[in-house]
Every structure is written in C-alpha cells, then in structure tokens.
Design a protein around this ligand. Structure first.
Ligand SMILES: Nc1ncnc2c1ncn2[C@@H]1O[C@H](COP(=O)(O)OP(=O)(O)O)[C@@H](O)[C@H]1O
Ligand SMILES: [Mg+2]
Length: 224
C-alpha cells in the first residue's frame, strides 16, 4: 500500500535520519519508537503531506504523494481538540470542513459514539470531559476520516497509567473493526509491542525496522 524510498527529511539542512526505505502492507500497524527529538513527529508530518521531504519518495498505491495533504488522517501530538467546540463538533469538524452539513456529519459519527463510549459525552466541552474521553473523541475524529492511512502521534501519552491501560484494551477491540493502516508513535515499548506488527526504532540517526514477533522488549530497550 505505502512505499517509502530513500526518504530524507531535515530542518536547516541537518538530516534527521538516514535515508528510510519501507514497504507497508494494507492493514499493518507500524509502531514508531525513539527518544524525544529523534524525528518521529516529523515522519508523520511527511506521511500526512504537511512537510515535504528533502529527498526520496512516498508512494501510496504507486502514486507519489509527498507534499500532498489529504491522503492520511493525523491525530497530532498534545491536546488535539479545539477547546471551544463540543466533543461532537470536534469529532465532525474535518467532515464539515470537507463539505458535509452539520447534520450529515453528525449522522456519520452517530453509529460509532457508543463504541467510543461517547454517547452521553457529545455535548461536553473538552475541559468538562475526562482525559480518556477527550482522547477517544480525538481518535473517533481520526477514524472517521475516509482515508485508510491513519497516523497517531503519542495518542495516550497525556493519560494516567490506569486510563491508558483501559484505552489499550478498548482500542485492541476497536481497531480491527475499521480497515486502517496505522502508524502509531509511542514512547511506551509495551504499547508498541501490544499493537504493532512491526516497529520502526530510531537509533542514533538511523531507523531499524523490526518484526514484532521476533522481538524481546529488552532488545528494543537496549537500542533506544
Ligand atoms: N518546525 C521545526 N523547525 C525546526 N526544527 C524542528 C521543527 N520541528 C521539529 N524540529 C526539530 O527536529 C527534531 C525532530 O523533531 P520531532 O520530529 O518533533 O521529534 P519527536 O517527535 O521524535 O520528538 C527535533 O530536534 C526538533 O527540535
Ligand atoms: Mg513528537
């Protein structure tokens, strides 16, 4: 589905990592792990078309998409909801921006609200909702985007350990119900091993591709 060929990205002429080659099959979950500042969010911005690579190609089903937005849904790092919109209005914002009426966008979201535990939370403003609810709303917004490629930038890192663990269990049941190919950036090796088919591990400027099944957690911890 997705092929990265000799991909290079830099800020101020300093490349963040050695040229990256990767082929991703439809439906794969790729975890991206590495220290702060190694370039994980930049990689997602390249895949989302929000940053143009310095060199190399990004091919989606054989078509070059480097520098073009709209081929992937991105859940950005940090606090991704707009504080002045209700959870429902946050969820449907990309749909209304792409031309849906409020009513038709809400109708697309409605069947998923129960599965995301949000039926009673939809009128709440983000500050009135728990951290877990906010992240489930942000995840539903990302899932509803019609593209197959989904990019999640540390979606659980702002949550307390108990909520994070609950959301892990929940997402493991939800993910197979959508046909998505996922890049999941995480600091948490356990989270990476829980979800991923393969791991991209940033190690001192190079990116190692590791099959999860052949991987011991301790081996990854010694790399990063
Ligand atoms: N817009 C930018 N301009 C200049 N440098 C940036 C910019 N965004 C990120 N960087 C730098 O690029 C490096 C990689 O950043 P980032 O991709 O956010 O890393 P990560 O997500 O792994 O923490 C960091 O050193 C960061 O300071
Ligand atoms: Mg980041």
């Amino acid at each position: 589905m997705l092929t990265l060929q000799a991909l290079v990205a830099s800020y101020h002429d300093a490349p963040l990592f050695q040229p990256l080659d990767l082929h991703v099959e439809r439906g794969e979950v790729i975890a991206v792990v590495g220290r702060s500042g190694c370039g994980k969010s930049t990689l997602l911005q390249l895949l989302a078309g929000l940053k143009t690579p310095d060199q190399g190609q990004i091919l989606l089903d054989g078509r070059e998409i480097a520098g073009q937005a709209g081929h992937a849904s991105l859940l950005p790092q940090g606090y991704p909801l707009l504080p002045w919109l209700s959870l429902l209005d946050n969820i449907i914002l990309p749909l209304t921006l792409s031309g849906h009426t409020q009513a038709s966008a809400a109708a697309l979201a409605e069947p998923h609200l129960a599965r995301f535990g949000l039926e009673h939370a939809k009128p709440l403003l983000p500050h009135q909702a728990s951290g877990g609810m906010q992240q489930r709303a942000a995840l539903l917004r990302t899932f509803l985007h019609p593209t197959e490629l989904m990019l999640l930038d540390e979606p659980f890192s702002a949550l307390d350990a108990i909520t994070r663990s609950e959301l892990h269990t929940w997402l493991l049941t939800v993910l197979p119900q959508f046909s998505k190919t996922v890049f999941l950036v995480t600091h948490d090796i356990d989270e990476a091993l829980l979800f991923a088919d393969r791991l991209l591990v940033f190690v001192r400027g190079s990116i190692q591709v590791i099959e999860r099944k052949a991987t011991e957690k301790s081996a990854i911890l010694t790399m990063v």
